[in-house]
Write a protein that binds this ligand. Structure first.
Ligand code: GLV
Ligand code: GLV
Length: 325
């Protein structure tokens, strides 16, 4: 019989074709509600493959209780929800969806930057709420984007794609990353600077770094305090890189001007969260890669990743190459 694969959310049926050829596929039937932990643990016990969302915790407990598991494939480029070290120890391949979402996510990060800088959401609500009585010289005046300095923290594929967009706005581009990116320096005119210099000089500080031990709680009050009082902070990576109480304080005290946030420490962020009460916060429900085209491509890639592992081939997007040795 075919190996069993569990899909933790309702995904487009047609994206499962490649997978159904090699596996018996079962899917959690709901698109918006996540699979309960007990159900996931039970299904994982007999699964050779798991098709997972970034909201599923694929931790040591789950991996230890899944004796047949060969592959965990996330519908995301990030994989901080998966204990990769443990998976590797157990010979389980971990896969993600890089490349197919790079431009879509960069578009969203730039949209957030523009929305926060030019107060787009606040202004749109102003009109819809019937508050627009008169045109006024400084009504909802935001801050410019063109010719300003962008500081990109995390110059991977998405960070580089954001830098490319910034060149169209003739921005000065600073970046900080674990390693130098000579190509971005040569092709986009980006300058490598220390994290401290970036936070001090940038008008727009944009985080696109993955959540790791090094980036966890990176943005503290001290960091916001070093930024310009006109600075706009954008986060399209993971909520865990920000100490949210510190960001809230910085925004309230006008230590920085505004924030555009696609991600939060707890998702969904509760509606009564203090950050959401601030007019200078643009908040989105983690939609970085959410264009219909890209989500379909991501879904198809997840299916191919799992099918490859089950057939004994190397998948297109393997996170833990050590598992092969
Ligand atoms: C989304 O946040 C992703 O990691 O793809
Ligand atoms: C993700 O694809 C990144 O490298 O930024």
């Amino acid at each position: 019989s075919k190996p069993y694969v569990y899909v933790t959310r309702k995904v487009p049926e047609e994206s499962l074709t490649a997978l159904q050829e090699v596996a018996e596929v079962e899917m959690w039937p709901k698109a918006e509600d996540p699979v309960p932990r007990e159900v996931l643990l039970e299904k994982a016990q007999k699964a050779s493959g798991l098709y997972t969302m970034l909201s599923d915790q694929i931790d040591e407990e789950l991996l230890d209780n899944s004796p047949h598991l060969k592959v965990v494939a996330n519908l995301a480029v990030g994989f901080d929800n998966i204990n990769v070290e443990k998976a590797t120890e157990k010979g389980i391949s971990v896969c993600n969806t890089p490349d197919v979402l790079t431009d879509t996510t960069a578009d969203l990060a730039f949209a957030l930057l523009m929305a926060a800088g030019r107060r787009i959401v606040e202004a749109a609500e102003y009109v819809k709420d019937g508050k627009w009585q008169n045109w006024a010289p400084l009504l909802l005046a935001g801050t410019d984007i063109h010719h300003k300095t962008i500081g990109i923290v995390g110059m991977g594929r998405i960070g580089t794609a954001v830098a490319k967009r910034a060149t169209g706005f003739e921005m000065e581009i600073l970046y900080h990353n674990r390693s130098r990116k000579k190509e971005a320096e040569e092709e986009l005119g980006a300058s490598y600077v220390s994290f401290e210099e970036l936070t001090e000089r940038a008008d727009y500080v944009v985080c696109l770094a993955p959540l790791t031990e090094e980036t966890k709680d990176l943005f503290t009050y001290d960091v916001f305090n070093k930024m310009k009082s006109s600075a706009v902070f954008v986060n399209a990576s993971r909520g865990g890189v920000v100490v949210e109480e510190d960001l809230e304080r910085a925004l309230k005290e006008e230590t920085i001007a505004a924030a555009g946030l696609d991600v939060f420490r707890k998702e969904p962020i509760p509606a009564d969260h203090p950050l959401l009460s601030l007019t200078n916060v643009v908040a989105l429900p983690h939609i970085g890669s959410a264009s219909a085209e890209t989500r379909h491509e991501m879904a198809a890639l997840v299916s191919r990743n799992i099918a490859s592992v089950l057939k004994g081939d190397t998948p297109e997007a393997l996170v833990n190459e050590d598992v092969l040795s």
